[in-house]
Ligand binder design. Structure first.
Ligand SMILES: O=C(O)CCC(=O)C(=O)O
Length: 270
């Protein structure tokens, strides 16, 4: 049983904070591996300017201050979700337990764990009002666990959740033209009851995938680091399939194409 989960709040608002020493420990394992990777990435991307800080937030802030064209923090964004300690979070007991308390009888992954790095003042990857259920459409009982690594305060623009919006069920959506997210709500959202997903270092927030939510604005000078875990319920799947398909990245596809073209040219020249 995970401490702090408030079933009344979850039922009423669609979300609840939860936490305790086991959440702190799971976060610390992921954070340590990300710091280690960030040190390696800093040396590769920044060379002699590579900072070496003892805390992930300080390390990313220093890397962002030293980088050109986001090269160092982009590499962190690419590499962090590949770390075994980050992937392992999906199987960490406090998160599975919170998903069970939220009503999922057999939680299964809705996606691999995702890592967001939100740079100061950058809105390019900010999400508009949306429901994560749009990206699953498979399990009526589906949740997101959203948690910050390192510090999180109001100036860093935590996710904004619209309390009680899950009660309206699936709302219509349309393509989102203004940024990198795919969809937004078809109708403007009545913005009463916005709650910032603030939580302590040993806590996380769990929300129903029907809750309308969007990115806050990072007005601080820090890189906001968050992890999202998404669970569907095997016992509630409308089809026995998955909502995400691990596939080769654009990097591999482009390299394969280049190698095939080289081989073709070499055959032609021979
Ligand atoms: O962290 C954020 O800024 C937004 C997160 C979000 O929209 C999501 O996890 O679906």
């Amino acid at each position: 049983m995970t401490a702090g989960f408030d079933l009344n709040a979850f039922t009423r608002d669609g979300f609840s904070r939860f936490g305790g020493p086991d959440v702190a420990a799971a976060k610390a394992r992921a954070e340590a591996s990300m710091l280690d990777a960030a040190h390696i990435i800093a040396v590769r991307t920044l060379g002699a300017d590579a900072p070496r800080k003892a805390a992930l937030g300080d390390q990313l802030a220093a890397m962002h201050a030293a980088e050109a064209d986001n090269a160092a923090t982009r590499a962190c964004y690419e590499v962090f979700p590949t770390l075994p300690e980050v992937i392992a979070l999906i199987n960490a007991e406090p998160f599975l337990s919170a998903a069970r308390q939220a009503g999922l009888t057999r939680p299964v992954a809705g996606t691999n764990p995702l890592v967001r790095l939100d740079r100061p003042g950058d809105t390019r990857f900010s999400t508009p009002w949306h429901q994560d259920y749009w990206y699953s459409l498979l399990s009526e009982r589906a949740v997101v666990i959203w948690m910050a690594l390192g510090e999180l305060d109001a100036s860093m623009g935590p996710v904004e959740l619209l309390a009680g919006s899950h009660a309206d069920g699936l709302v219509p959506f349309k393509p989102y033209e203004a940024g990198h997210e795919w969809f937004e709500t078809a109708e403007p959202v009545r913005e009463d009851g916005i709650v910032a997903g603030l939580h302590g270092p040993d806590e996380a927030v769990i929300f129903d995938q029907r809750v309308l939510h969007r990115s806050g604005f990072n007005a601080s000078d820090r890189v906001r680091v968050t992890i999202q875990l998404r669970y569907n319920d095997l016992d509630a799947l409308s089809e026995l399939t998955s909502t995400f398909t691990p596939s080769l990245s654009r990097f591999v596809l482009e390299r394969q194409k280049a190698l095939l073209e080289q081989a073709e040219e070499a055959r032609h020249d021979a």
